[in-house]
Design a binder for this molecule. Structure first.
Ligand code: TXA
Ligand code: MG
Length: 349
């Protein structure tokens, strides 16, 4: 299949191309598009064939449900059985934005889209290109992240093309994304609201609207003996090809430890890499040293983390060490993804 790539910005939306993309989706085709979190791989959420095609294009197990993206509040009532008050409040405060809610699904949503579940994940993205596309497609776009299964989610269009060229009808290039990590997922179908995937909207944010918010026990560890509640979180995601280990401890100790290990790996002819921060990046002796951003501005780290993981692949780095980050606030989302990328390999020194 020939993949058409079109370019536009949120400020200058190309209505003609959006209409064309909407028609592709209405006809059961696939379009990759930007959102504020990561790029999405879109298909018509109410068409079972489209969802099947999404799974095939991604190489994703079909028991891993998709998020239904909507552009207007009216659309919510069609895809869910009922809208609890908690959902109303969250939507009012955080939509459009990087928050996904799990609710009981209505019969309109095919089981192909929900991976066989009676619940459905719904999100209203803030990115204007995404919202115009959703409207042009008829209002309901199922979209997982636009990566091949197991790779880090794409935050720049180059990696969308790398993973999906020839597998989708169209890719909309809307430039680099703003946030860089996937949306926060909160389950509203259990007794108490529960975070299934941490993101830019933190527990503290959610607690400004909901009195009590729980967290899935498996978010920051793999030894809980439990299966993650979001089916997608059980897979080893976000993984670079190189062997990644997180090093936790006082800054000077971490630098000394990583440099000693890099020197040893280099003697064994291994290509080494380090994920550092702006203040430490100059102090490492690895073959490839990258700063994820500034510790005081964790948004910069969130935005660049996946791109950096991909770049290590591009440069065939075989052994990667990463500094650890604070695991509160948005740092929790950063560490959740980094831990998964590392297969939970952490050395505390
Ligand atoms: O920011 C985002 O959410 C991006 C952009 C494109 O919107 N999308 C995204 O989709 O990250 P995906 O498919 O890569 O991740 C969706 C996650 C998976 O872990 C999936 O298992 C979980 O949401 N999920 C979907 N429906 C669910 C449900 N009914 N119950 C529990 N988890 C669900
Ligand atoms: Mg994904």
């Amino acid at each position: 299949m020939e993949t058409k790539v079109v370019r536009m910005t949120e400020e200058q939306i190309d209505r003609e191309r959006i209409r064309e993309a909407g028609d592709i989706l209405r006809d059961g085709g696939l379009v990759a598009f930007p959102t504020e979190t990561v790029y999405g791989l879109g298909g018509d959420a109410l068409n079972p064939q489209s969802s099947r095609r999404i799974y095939a294009a991604k190489g994703r197990p079909s028991d891993n449900p998709l998020i239904v993206h909507i552009a207007d509040m009216d659309a919510l009532s069609l895809v869910v059985k009922e809208i609890p008050e908690s959902a109303q409040r969250l939507a009012k405060r955080f939509w459009p934005g990087p928050l996904t809610m799990i609710l009981h699904k209505s019969p309109k949503v095919p089981y192909e889209t929900t991976g066989g579940l009676d619940t459905v994940a719904v999100r209203m993205p803030a990115n204007r290109i995404a919202r115009e596309l959703i409207r042009a497609a008829g209002g309901y776009v199922a979209a997982p992240s636009a990566n091949r299964s197991g790779r880090p989610s794409p935050t720049v269009v180059k990696y969308v093309s790398e993973d999906l060229d020839g597998r989708v009808e169209m890719i909309i290039d809307g430039g680099d994304v703003e946030i860089g990590l996937e949306s926060t997922i909160v389950d509203l179908t259990s007794d108490k609201p529960m975070i299934l995937r941490p993101g830019y909207i933190t527990r503290q944010h959610l607690e400004t609207v909901l009195s009590e918010v729980e967290e899935d026990n498996t978010l920051m560890r793999d030894d809980s003996g439990q299966v993650p509640k979001a089916p997608g979180m059980k897979y080893r995601h976000y993984a670079p090809k190189g062997n990644l280990t997180i090093i936790k401890g006082a800054e000077e100790n971490v630098i000394a430890f990583i440099n000693a290990h890099c020197a040893k790996e280099q003697r064994d002819n291994k290509k080494t890499g380090v994920i550092a921060t702006d203040t430490t990046v100059g102090r490492y002796c690895a073959d490839v040293c990258k700063s994820a951003g500034c510790r005081e501005e964790e948004e910069t780290i969130a935005r660049d983390l996946y791109r950096i993981l991909r770049e290590f692949d591009d440069e065939n780095v075989e052994v990667i060490y990463a500094e650890a980050f604070e695991d509160s606030g948005i740092g929790q989302a950063i560490m959740n993804r980094l831990l998964k990328a590392a297969g939970y390999k952490v050395i505390s020194i």
